[in-house]
Design a protein around this ligand. Structure first.
Ligand SMILES: NC(=O)c1ccc[n+]([C@@H]2O[C@H](COP(=O)([O-])OP(=O)(O)OC[C@H]3O[C@@H](n4cnc5c(N)ncnc54)[C@H](O)[C@@H]3O)[C@@H](O)[C@H]2O)c1
Length: 328
């Protein structure tokens, strides 16, 4: 198996090292030639033109680590050549575009996975395993807190939900195994935030999920206080107990007694690349496939609508129609 890596920015360079280590790298595409210096003396072909790379390189799949507004263009070019794609989150900043590219991959039976890595953190996997084993009974409500100060140079305008909250919304679906039904949200720039045109640094959201589950979400990347991990801190209330995932540690609370869960054994610790390769070999849909991840993107989309209208919004979960298009 060989891959074309597209995008050699900060996340792209991590992918570069990962693909190189596993002997999977065929070529690199990056529009900014200055980025080539990151490759040192490595012999891999480097292109500034995606078309030229696709024309001249034998590859089985493409890894898309470009800026989010470029994702669809790159994914579509790969699909034109019948290549499978492993793409960084989000599918696209544009929800309609996300639906169209997911529908295309499904229609043409092209493997398309979003590299959602937060689900694969060991303490997240363990918490999910405990929930599934009934450690807290049925989930009733979730409380998610995400606080960081993250003011960095990037080539696109930062948006707390599209850029980072999408991970948390995906975890919400992962932990509960349920889809969102309604959402209320306020997306805004806090008083202590910095000035950046179009940037949205903070979010509050209240989400209802199937089965009467509720979630309260608060997030900011302009926090001056103690930071949470990137995955946030989670309080998951159940009918028989609660789980708290705090600073990457898990606490199981039953009868008001908290026990720290130290043993993380027995979980699937594979990363997104391993999952993608396994799905190709086994001819099955991957975890966080485009079709699945679109339901996470739906939560982000309806949060935007709710914030813009100031109204609670019903969430229409996207599904493939018989004519090969997406609903909602
Ligand atoms: N999963 C995670 O935890 C995580 C963390 C950081 C970033 N990301 C994601 O990774 C992606 C890249 O983020 P980043 O922080 O590396 O951004 P970045 O701006 O540092 O890098 C993006 C790179 O893509 C290049 N590029 C843009 N259009 C291109 C094209 N058509 N062909 C080739 N190269 C092109 C740019 O020149 C740039 O070097 C984003 O989708 C982001 O959301 C994911």
């Amino acid at each position: 198996m060989k891959a074309i890596l597209v995008g050699l920015g900060s996340a792209g360079f991590s992918w570069y090292k990962r693909l190189k280590e596993r002997g999977l790298l065929a070529a690199v595409v990056e529009v900014d030639p200055a980025m080539k210096i990151k490759m040192g003396d490595d012999p891999f072909p480097f292109y500034t033109s995606l078309e030229e790379a696709l024309e001249t390189t034998q590859a089985d799949f493409l890894v898309n680590v470009t800026s989010p507004m470029m994702h669809t263009k790159v994914n579509a070019a790969a699909f034109d050549r019948g290549l499978a794609v492993l793409c960084e989150k989000p599918i696209s900043f544009d929800y309609q575009e996300s639906k169209e590219i997911v529908a295309r991959a499904a229609r043409e039976r092209l493997p398309f996975m979003i590299a959602e890595n937060y689900r694969r953190m060991p303490y997240i996997r363990k918490a999910k395993q405990l929930i599934d084993a009934g450690a807290i009974g049925a989930i009733s409500s979730l409380d998610i807190q995400f606080y960081r100060y993250h003011h960095v140079q990037r080539r696109y305008t930062v948006h707390i939900l599209d850029d980072i909250g999408v991970h948390h919304f995906d975890l919400l679906r992962y932990f509960t195994g349920k889809e969102g039904t309604a959402i209320q949200a306020k997306l805004f720039n806090p008083v202590n935030g910095w000035q950046e045109e179009g940037a949205v640094l903070s979010a509050y959201a209240f989400i209802e999920l199937e089965g009467g589950i509720t979630a309260a979400y608060q997030a900011t990347i302009a926090s001056k206080g103690t930071e949470t991990p990137w995955s946030g801190n989670w309080r998951i209330e159940g009918t028989e107990g609660a789980i708290e995932v705090r600073d990457k540690e898990i606490y199981l609370i039953r009868d008001h007694m908290a026990v720290k869960v130290e043993d993380l054994s027995g979980i699937d610790e594979t990363d997104t690349l391993t999952e993608f390769l396994a799905s190709l070999q086994e001819h099955r849909e991957s975890e966080t496939s485009g079709q699945d991840y679109l339901k996470t993107q739906a939560l982000v989309h309806y949060a935007h609508v709710a914030s813009a209208t100031g109204q609670m919004q019903a969430i229409l979960v996207p599904q493939m129609k018989e004519n090969g298009e997406m609903t909602a």
